[in-house]
Design a protein around this ligand. Structure first.
Ligand SMILES: [Zn+2]
Length: 239
């Protein structure tokens, strides 16, 4: 027990009383060893040695790893971490769309969709149900020989639209393509809002194909993806 003699000019009261009690608990559970030098320790890792790798692992477990529940796993090693984090935010509706900014009392000229102006701009509208988004999704589905975008929730889509009949080798690739498409859709939404740049649907598909190939081919260790034979005609990934 640490003996503490306080010399208050004014006795603590209110919240400070609780904080003083907590401080006392902390001090009582601390032991000073006069034979050892002071050192810094990293509390969250068992050996108490800080590494950036350890910190990255911890952040991933606390953020992306949270998706291993009813909403399905949020990991897909075929895309960069920034895309995984973006998808996790989209699943949790944590994107700064206009309706969310409005809820936080940010003064906006309009809370309607900047593309179609037909509806309020929510995460689901922006990434799935907006006519602009549907046009892009239809192109992506058409590219894969899957017809048009089926009626589904954003969560279902981001899980990789599991109803689609992909071969096992194609399931992760299809999900990665969906994630890259969603990520680029949001990036281009921001370019339209903040830089006044429009995004045509053919250009959208071309960008999605190029980025998907660049990211997936680099990370897919199990299969050499040839652009013309596989990625340009990805129906070979289907049953
Ligand atoms: Zn819209």
């Amino acid at each position: 027990m640490v003996a503490t003699n306080w010399d208050w000019s004014r006795d603590p009261y209110g919240r400070a009383t609780r904080e003083l009690y907590d401080l006392g608990e902390l001090l009582n559970s601390s032991f000073l060893n006069p034979d050892k030098l002071d050192t810094w320790g990293w509390d969250s890792i068992s050996n108490r040695i800080y590494t950036t790798k350890g910190l990255t692992k911890l952040i991933n477990e606390k953020t992306i790893g949270m998706g291993t529940n009813a909403k399905g796993t949020m990991k897909n090693n075929l895309v960069p971490k920034k895309v995984e984090v973006f998808i996790w935010r989209a699943m949790k509706k944590c994107l700064p769309v206009r309706t969310e900014l409005d809820k936080r009392r940010i003064d906006l000229h309009s809370v309607r969709c900047p593309f179609c102006d037909d509806d309020l701009e929510s995460v689901d509208h922006s990434l799935l149900s907006c006519t602009k988004a549907v046009e892009v999704w239809n192109k992506v589905y058409g590219w894969w020989g899957l017809g048009r975008l089926p009626n589904m929730s954003l969560e279902y889509l981001l899980q990789g639209d599991v109803r689609q009949k992909c071969l096992d080798s194609g399931k992760l690739i299809w999900q990665a393509v969906i994630w890259v498409s969603t990520y680029l859709m949001w990036r281009n939404r921001n370019h339209a809002v903040f830089k006044n740049k429009c995004w045509s649907t053919p250009v959208a598909l071309s960008e999605i194909q190029i980025k998907s190939y660049e990211w997936i081919a680099k990370r897919n260790k199990g299969m050499v993806i040839d652009w013309h034979n596989r990625f340009h005609s990805p129906s070979c990934f289907l049953v």
